[in-house]
Design a protein around this ligand. Structure first.
Ligand SMILES: Nc1ncnc2c1ncn2[C@@H]1O[C@H](COP(=O)(O)OP(=O)(O)OP(=O)(O)O)[C@@H](O)[C@H]1O
Ligand SMILES: O=P(O)(O)OC[C@H]1O[C@](O)(CO)[C@@H](O)[C@@H]1O
Ligand SMILES: [Mg+2]
Length: 530
């Protein structure tokens, strides 16, 4: 990098530190903060941004030395580990970063990058000084136990950490429950089980009580596994830890079966969920095929994002219609679901519909009095769209008397969520957990460990928390689905598509073409403005 500008006071301190001499060139360019920047302002007040040449932007993560300047460092014990010491260039270079966007044109600026995850030559903890804690929050997801297992085993085997505590029952467990000791032996085969051995919960996040508990118990590394709500809670914990000046690494590991966390390629457990959904779709297909005018309806998870439904549909090829929250649909009239259902039954004699739980909520509310209830975390409680649509289809055919149908409704949602992770998710969970640990040992904090363009990275909390990933229906992936099912696009009825206008005007992203699911419009705007 030839020229680098660091914005934000945190970076100012950081850039002067050895461990993180961000840019070799930073020193050459007297990078002591607040110098003229190619961008007028940082995208977020909490952002720690480093600018390089040709429009390079590093959205960096906090480091202990940002607020505890004189901490001692130690050689990384991995240098003497027989398994790792033979690996060429095992330690990650301080300047390594991963681009958020990999499809570029020749005149594009380099754009946003995240710090590459991995072991550093120097660490900020001695092995016997570390007291780690692990907590799981929010809904279940395949792979939770695999992440717990790998955190415990890698802390132990890689960094010689013996003190690892499990916090039971989610965030409230910090102040309302006893902790349990976790050892490589006690977690040895938990990855073969679904759920989380620590238990989980919604609600109960009390930042002060949690940080009091962290302080009282002498915990100095906290690994927080959970979805969007959990990561917001982790950010609040980090801010309080920093305010109190504690040497405590606060690390998030993103979890959500819905795959709606932005920036990252995909969340762990998602592959497993898509694979398991095939069993339900197969069953629906077998049932539908076995009778005259059979219809199989399968509901899959996806509160705000229809990724599981979209990928399960694409994988199966037995699905005739996939309905997701991002693509409003309608029932009656030309181009509607009833018309298409009749057509498919006439052509094929049977039909399979996959519906994401968050789809059609507005449509239902028009007919059913909306309950608008929330769970303990403030998430909207959804009405059962699978039951509703099944009844609507049955009523339609009973009313119209065009043909007699047999409809079977399958709701496999909690069965899918409760299974252990598959082989590919197990490997993914392992890498996520190890990356999370390497960062904490190297003194980084206030970050989520995540896969970006196939590389493990450290992503600042605010980036994970500022938006939600969702299926872009003007994107090629959704077009692939439409052409595989031949379902209507439901774009004919303008009245049902008003909500989507803004999204349709957005320039489509190359979703998944380059392995990147992120459709974050904020990211898009930043990239185009750099
Ligand atoms: N804005 C927030 N600030 C602090 N804590 C939060 C916030 N939102 C949620 N939490 C806490 O995070 C925990 C998990 O939140 P939530 O139930 O929304 O699940 P999640 O992490 O989003 O996972 P998922 O939606 O995938 O099941 C709860 O204990 C909740 O109190
Ligand atoms: O029944 P629970 O535990 O509230 O979880 C249901 C929600 O959790 C998720 O699996 C993850 O957010 C959603 O798909 C679903 O709406
Ligand atoms: Mg959530």
């Amino acid at each position: 990098m030839d020229s680098v500008t660091v914005s934000n006071k945190l970076s100012q301190t950081n850039s002067l530190n050895n461990h993180n001499k961000l840019p070799t060139a930073a020193a050459n360019n007297n990078c002591n903060g607040w110098i003229g920047s190619p961008m007028t302002s940082a995208p977020n007040p909490k952002a720690k941004i480093v600018y390089g040449t040709a429009g390079y932007v590093l959205e960096d993560v906090p480091h202990f030395t940002d607020y505890l300047p004189d901490l001692p460092t130690y050689p990384n014990p991995l240098a003497d580990n027989p398994a790792y010491s033979v690996v060429k260039q095992y330690f990650v270079h301080v300047d390594d970063s991963v681009p958020q966007k990999v499809v570029v044109h020749k005149d594009n600026e380099r754009g946003v990058h995240f710090r590459r995850a991995g072991p550093r030559q120097k660490v900020y903890f001695e092995s016997d000084e570390v007291k780690a804690a692990i907590v799981t929050c929010g809904g279940l997801c395949p792979g939770l136990n695999t992440v717990i297992r790998e955190l415990v085993c890698s802390l132990h085997h890689m960094y010689g950490v013996k003190k690892v505590l499990g916090i039971e029952g989610g965030y409230r467990g910090f102040y309302a429950r006893n902790t349990i000791n976790l050892t490589p032996k006690s977690v040895n085969d938990i990855h073969k089980r679904g759920g989380t051995i620590l238990g989980t919960s919604r609600g109960g996040h009390d930042t002060n009580k949690i940080v009091d508990s962290i302080q009282d118990r002498g915990i100095n590394q906290v690994y927080i596994i959970g979805g969007d709500g959990t990561q917001r809670g982790a950010a609040a914990i980090f801010e309080e830890v920093r305010r109190r000046g504690l040497k405590v690494a606060v690390v998030g590991i993103p979890k959500t079966i819905d795959n709606d966390i932005p920036v990252i390629d995909k969340s762990f457990g998602f592959d497993t969920a898509v694979e398991e959904a095939q069993r339900a779709i197969n069953a629906a297909h077998v049932e539908a095929e076995s009778v005259e005018n059979g219809i199989g309806v399968v509901k899959l998870m996806g509160r705000y994002s229809g990724f599981i439904a979209m990928y399960a549909t694409l994988a199966s090829r037995d699905v005739d219609c996939c309905l997701i929250p991002e693509s409003p649909f309608y029932l009656e009239g030309p181009g509607g679901l009833f018309e298409y259902t009749e057509k498919r039954l006439k052509e094929n004699g049977h039909m399979v519909i996959v519906i994401a739980e968050g789809a059609g909520q507005e449509l239902m509310s028009e007919k059913i009095q909306s309950m608008s209830k929330q769970d303990a975390s403030g998430n909207k409680l959804l009405q059962d769209v699978g039951l509703w649509i099944s009844q609507e289809i049955k009523d339609h055919f009973a009313r119209e008397k065009t043909m007699a149908i047999t409809l079977k409704y399958i709701d496999p949602t909690y069965m899918i969520r409760a299974i252990p992770s598959n082989a590919s998710d197990n490997v993914y969970c392992t890498l996520l957990a190890q990356s999370a640990i390497h960062g904490a040992m190297a003194g980084y904090t206030g970050y989520t460990s995540g896969l970006v363009n196939g590389r493990q990275t450290y992503i600042p909390f605010y980036r994970i928390n500022e938006s939600r990933n969702h299926v872009v229906i003007t994107d090629r992936m959704w077009a692939r689905l439409l052409s595989s099912t031949n379902q209507p696009s439901f774009l004919g009825d303008k009245s049902h598509n008003e909500d989507n206008t803004e999204e349709e005007e957005e320039e489509p992203l190359d979703q998944l073409v380059d392995g990147n699911f992120s459709d974050d419009t904020l990211v898009k705007k930043e990239i185009s403005s750099i």
